[in-house]
Design a protein around this ligand. Structure first.
Ligand code: RAM
Length: 359
């Protein structure tokens, strides 16, 4: 089901025009409901919802990788929120999205006395030791976009419920290939918490009767590296001559795959969807390579994560289920089970709306 969205409380004018999947159809939640994509969180102390946000909080963003436009947009959203709460913002991070590449950055941020570290994890386990040390040194830990094990952070700000993303991606490819044929997934890194969760749920989704003629043949990994993703897409098309479609649930992967497809004999014949930024995908939607793909607003995700961190560091919330906080222009959010806060449903982009977005 596709409906016109109506985001509330100061959502951007651009978002207001978006086509989004209805929450019931995609398993997304409203702003006051949180998801339950992970295990137990580490709530501690007592929340005081009336406590003011402290001024001067040092809030650092550590993305999976810095040279990825998705994270540039997300972190800029974080910067906007940090400015609003009169804090100090910084962004650091590796250029490669590898499992342990974030550890040294966390250690440095901890030594620098950060009040909040907001990070998107390249691996659910690899950064836990460093994050636990940072916590012991007094930092509040917020994961966003891609979680760690829940005990390594206080809050996970999830873009969309994992189930909502899985439903969205499978529905998009199935519609595009006419409900039957072989498909493949081109993912990010093999350890990425977010993509791996989505892929597992996509496999479950494909078991539904309406997808009985859609067959997933393989999962390839482009490591959120443009060149590697490009080559993996080429390899998939050569290895599977009957391939009808590819889902690439990564902004790096889907853009590289679209670039390959658009210059190949498969353009328009093999369908490609995934999670992409409108700016990276625009030319491929316009030239007929890609019909439709999805994403959330990365700037809103970073903005919400920064507010969650500020609320934690000000003792407004502890990360316990039911804690409530206000995230500036996005309004009020409730912490759900396992310390998860959900931003909202994804937006679907196609040629009818892509020009109304700029990120
Ligand atoms: C890439 C990263 C990120 C993911 C998006 C969709 O930028 O893998 O973690 O959320 O794609």
């Amino acid at each position: 089901m596709i409906t016109l969205t109506r985001l509330r409380l100061g959502a951007t004018a651009l978002t207001l025009t978006a086509l989004v999947l209805g929450t019931a159809a995609c398993g997304g939640t409203t702003r006051d409901n949180a998801g339950s994509d992970s295990g137990a969180s580490q709530a501690g102390g007592t929340a005081n919802p009336q406590a003011p946000i402290k001024e001067g909080l040092k809030i650092a963003f550590l993305p999976k990788q810095v040279n990825n436009p998705y994270f540039t947009t997300a972190d800029n959203g974080g910067k906007e929120a940090v400015t609003e709460v009169k804090g100090e913002f910084k962004e650091v991070g590796p250029s490669e999205a590898s499992a342990s590449s974030q550890v040294s950055y966390i250690n440095t941020l901890s030594q620098q006395g950060m009040d909040v570290i907001v990070t998107s994890a390249n691996d659910p386990n690899a950064i836990c030791g460093a994050l636990n040390q940072a916590k012991a040194a007094g930092a509040k830990i917020v994961t966003f976009d891609s979680d760690t094990k829940p005990e390594c952070r206080q809050i996970f700000v999830n873009q969309v419920t994992a189930q909502g993303i899985a439903e969205n991606q499978v529905k998009l490819i199935s519609e595009q290939i006419g409900g039957q044929g072989e498909i493949a997934i081109l993912s990010a890194t093999a350890n990425a918490t977010n993509q791996n969760t989505w892929i597992e749920l996509m496999k479950e989704e494909l078991k539904k009767p309406e997808y009985s003629k859609v067959k997933l043949v393989t999962v390839a990994y482009g490591n959120d590296d443009d060149q590697k993703s490009f080559q993996e897409m080429q390899g998939l098309l050569q290895a599977y001559p009957n391939l009808k479609g590819v889902i690439s649930p990564t902004t790096v992967g889907v853009a590289a795959a679209a670039r390959y497809l658009s210059g190949s004999q498969y353009k328009g014949k093999v369908k490609l969807t995934g999670l992409g930024t409108p700016n990276q995908m625009r030319e491929y939607v316009k030239d007929g390579t890609v019909d439709a793909f999805a994403l959330w607003n990365p700037a809103d995700l970073g903005y919400l994560a920064a507010y969650a961190g500020a609320a934690l560091a000000s003792s407004q919330i502890t990360g316990a289920e039911g804690d409530r906080f206000t995230a500036g222009k996005l309004g009020e959010f409730t912490v759900g089970k396992d310390g998860v806060v959900v931003l909202g449903p994804p937006t679907v982009f196609d040629k009818s709306n892509i020009d109304t977005f700029n990120f």
